[in-house]
Design a protein around this ligand. Structure first.
Ligand code: BG6
Length: 524
């Protein structure tokens, strides 16, 4: 592989967020709902510990857990310290002083989510922290809660007045923001309802809907690749592109998340959010400016241009599958139906392949093939853009045998990078062509470790930059497309959930979906 790299920057950059990203770092209180839950303990609190470790003093940040369980400040701090020891990656630990300093910023407010008095106590605590810890009246409510509790919390935040900024003495106008985690609704109707409930209490620019894929450097690099390089954009259309593939492959099964996964399945868990976000970046028109509104305006136009599938199209354009027992990474893997907590007659899909069209001038008749699944042979997320073959081939079929068309692959993870497959002459007297790769990897091009997606997103929320968060209309457009598929599935029989052994690339019916079009999957 030819590495087209610049020399790495002289100084190795910090892996963690660089706060001075054109925005002022801010003091604030982060109020964590669902603080004792798995997502908070595993992901959000360790991320915050790193983030705040790098957060410049004296802009103070405090974290207040608002939760039901019987903890106080001390026992809560102890629990979080244990979680940090357990969940901070081995190569990314914090020293004792950093952990203790983080713990001293943690507070606990015990309450049920529907207890009006609890929100009053929370307000008192936040006012006290503003005074004593100088958190400036800025408030970030973080909903890391099961979806069924969201409505209650939002309503209570409104009723208690906590959703409104409280003017501070001699300080600039404070802000109040809210982060919500996925799943954001279960279908279009529930997403709309949730959006309405949010809109009754918060302005849209206060609401930060997280899709952690948007926090990944490689996903953001799709924008840079397309719009900071003059040579690709003229080719980025139906005239030169044959088709696009988006793959989100996971080697693991569902682990201990059966309760969640049984109701969501692969299409809601991955396609509705992560895939649609990546697709909108690949398909969007150049925005006028790099700002939250311009970028999201262009992204949502892509989603709007994707028509809902008609019931009669579903069988030809969508394949769902479910893993059966197999071998993953040399070890036996049980069937989905035998996973702990899964209904033995479950029809939940752990795999989806589908074909969509973005119906506009740029993308007319260019199919976008999407695949995602659990227990596939390897973990790999990538976007492949396959260009059309040359209009007139000079070489004979024997000379070009095995030559693949130009293919640009953006590897989101792992081995983050971009590669372009091109045809080259095999040295020698005969005219034999072969495919070679031109590419770059982040690892070799930049002497920098990629920051964690969550760290980037939470930091962006604290500085008030919503470019990488999902706007209300994006969520609803995406559900509109997904609903057309899930509604058809509801009426279809269990026999349309095709089995595939764990550790394989999905059901053979999915191969047929693309092969019918004279194309093939690009497996990593
Ligand atoms: C989550 C899904 O949103 O994304 C999980 O709920 C999935 O099922 C995960 O495993 C994948 O994220 P990543 O960053 O590992 O690609």
């Amino acid at each position: 592989m030819t590495q087209q790299t610049q020399n790495p920057p002289a100084q190795r950059l910090k892996k963690h967020i660089i706060w001075q990203n054109g925005h002022e770092p801010q003091p604030c209180n982060i109020i964590l709902f669902g603080a004792t839950g798995d997502l908070s303990q595993r992901k959000i609190l360790p991320t915050l510990a790193h983030l705040l470790h790098d957060h410049p003093e004296p802009e103070k940040v405090c974290i207040v857990a608002f939760a039901r369980r019987d903890y106080n400040d001390d026992s809560w701090r102890k629990l979080v310290l244990e979680s940090l020891d357990k969940y901070l990656p081995a190569d990314d630990k914090l020293d004792d002083q950093a952990k203790q300093s983080f713990a001293s910023q943690l507070f606990y407010c015990r309450s049920n989510f529907d207890d009006t008095d609890g929100y009053k106590r929370l307000g008192d605590l936040l006012n006290k922290l503003d005074k004593e810890e100088h958190t400036g009246g800025n408030r970030l409510f973080y909903l890391a809660t099961p979806p069924e509790t969201d409505s209650t919390i939002i309503e209570q935040l409104g009723k208690s007045g906590l959703s409104k900024p409280v003017p501070q003495d001699g300080n600039k106008q404070p802000w109040v923001r809210l982060i919500t985690e996925k799943p954001f609704g279960h279908d279009l109707a529930s997403a709309k309802k949730l959006n309405q409930e949010l809109a009754a209490v918060f302005q849209e620019d206060q609401i930060f809907r997280i899709d952690h894929y948007m926090g990944k450097e490689t996903v953001q690099n799709i924008i840079a690749f397309r719009f900071a390089n003059g040579i690709f954009e003229p080719l980025w259309n139906q005239k030169y592109i044959d088709h696009i593939q988006i793959l989100v492959a996971e080697s693991l099964g569902i682990g201990s998340r059966s309760e969640y996964y049984e109701t969501e399945g692969a299409i809601r868990d991955i396609v509705q959010n992560h895939v649609m976000q990546v697709l909108s970046l690949v398909g969007m028109e150049p925005p006028a400016d790099y700002n939250a509104n311009d970028i999201r305006d262009e992204k949502v136009k892509v989603l709007r241009a994707i028509k809902a599938l008609q019931p009669e199209e579903i069988n030809l354009r969508v394949v769902r599958g479910q893993y059966t027992a197999g071998i993953e990474d040399g070890k036996p893997a049980v069937a989905y139906k035998e996973e702990h907590g899964v209904n033995p007659a479950s029809t939940t899909e752990t795999y989806v392949a589908l074909k969509l069209f973005i119906e506009n001038w740029r993308w007319s008749d260019v199919p976008v093939y999407i695949r995602t699944g659990k227990h596939l042979p390897k973990r790999s997320t990538e976007v492949t853009v396959q260009f059309k073959r040359v209009p007139h081939q000079l070489y004979t079929p024997t000379e070009t045998q095995g030559l693949v068309p130009n293919r640009l692959t953006m590897r989101i993870q792992p081995d983050e990078g971009i590669s372009l497959k091109i045809g080259a002459k095999v040295p020698g007297a005969a005219s034999k062509l072969s495919t070679v790769d031109m590419g770059f990897t982040y690892n070799e091009a930049f002497d920098i470790e990629l920051p964690d997606a969550y760290e980037r997103l939470i930091a962006d929320c604290i500085v008030g930059d919503s470019t990488l968060f999902i706007r209300r209309d994006e969520i609803e457009e995406s559900w509109r497309i997904i609903d057309s598929i899930t509604e058809a599935w509801q009426k279809a029989g269990a026999e349309t959930v095709y089995p595939y052994p764990a550790g394989t690339w999905g059901p053979k019916e999915a191969d047929a979906l693309i092969e019918r079009d004279g194309r093939e999957w690009d497996n990593p």
